[in-house]
Ligand binder design. Structure first.
Ligand code: AMP
Length: 280
């Protein structure tokens, strides 16, 4: 695997190597786990070449403490990518990607800014939109791979690519989970032993809610029962639980078996923010 830290030499390499070959791209923030590797595998299966980026993007963190304690495991990440057969790793510094000055451009994703992750993490999607645009313009991949784990992130990137004609084929891949159901996440490393045990509460709640909906319970009742599970809980604090159209991500009033419905949840366990979703 070739590693590039600067934009110019990466572009030079890709110009020759990806000429008449398809290039698949997996953007990440590192602290890689099997969820990330599943994206590398999907890219390898469907492209001649695969490039991964690791960049902890400061502009998408609305909380400086969160940025500071974001896990960093570069040596292990590199071994995992080599093992997975990744061709290139792009590893830019903050300066390389953003330069010295703050960006003038801001990206507003309309109603998607005001719901779920957008509502609880002001400015987050602007940062995601900016960094993904930069990375797409540098790498110019044919296809890019993202996880359903960050469903709303996938949705804003889909809007970005469609509305601004990036011409990249986007792929949303399934959530990879630990054996007890916890969605794999880089942040899981920061869970202490007690919090790790408690962290399955969100996925368990999603499964419970899916069953309630399928059994015919109304959406408002399901929402209030699920929210109630977290009342007065010391270890797991719910931020939101929403039942939405899996495409638009807008809240639903009724559950219809034939429509794709997403159940989305976010909250804190032992001080660590976790998100998860299932689509039924
Ligand atoms: P991150 O490093 O957290 O920014 O994630 C990089 C990519 O990996 C994003 O597209 C995520 O949605 C995806 N991802 C993170 N966790 C998982 C998971 N458990 N299963 C599948 N994809 C994931």
């Amino acid at each position: 695997m070739q590693i590039f830290e600067d934009i110019a030499s990466l572009k030079q390499e890709l110009k020759t190597s990806s000429y008449s070959r398809t290039l698949g791209f997996v953007p990440t923030m590192g602290a890689l786990h099997q969820g990330h590797i599943s994206l590398i595998e999907a890219s390898k299966k469907n492209n001649d070449l695969t490039i991964c980026s690791i960049f902890i993007n400061p502009t998408q963190f609305n909380n400086p403490e969160d940025l500071k304690k974001y896990p960093r495991t570069l040596e292990k990440d590199i071994s995992m990518l080599i093992e997975a057969g990744c061709d290139y790793l792009f590893l830019p510094s903050d300066e390389e990607l953003y330069g010295q000055n703050d960006l003038l451009i801001k990206i507003n994703f309309g109603y998607l800014e005001n719901i779920m992750e957008g509502k609880y993490r002001p400015g987050h999607f602007n940062g995601v939109g900016l960094v993904v645009s930069k990375l797409f313009n540098i790498v110019r991949p044919d296809k890019a791979y993202f996880g359903q784990k960050d469903l709303q992130q996938f949705s804003i990137i889909k809007h970005l690519v469609d509305e601004l004609n990036f011409g990249i084929d986007l792929n949303c891949m399934p959530v990879i989970r630990e054996s007890d159901g916890l969605a794999m996440s880089s942040r899981n490393i920061n869970l202490n032993e007690t919090a790790r045990k408690k962290a399955t509460a969100f996925y368990n709640a999603l499964n419970k809610a899916s069953k309630m909906l399928k059994d015919g319970m109304g959406i408002e009742q399901v929402k209030s029962d699920i929210t109630g599970l977290f009342n007065n809980q010391e270890e797991a604090n719910l931020e939101y639980f929403e039942i939405v159209n899996a495409h638009s991500l807008l809240p639903l009033k009724d559950y219809k078996k034939n429509d794709r419905t997403a159940l989305c949840i976010a909250g804190y366990v032992g001080g660590i923010r976790l998100i998860d979703n299932v689509i039924i």
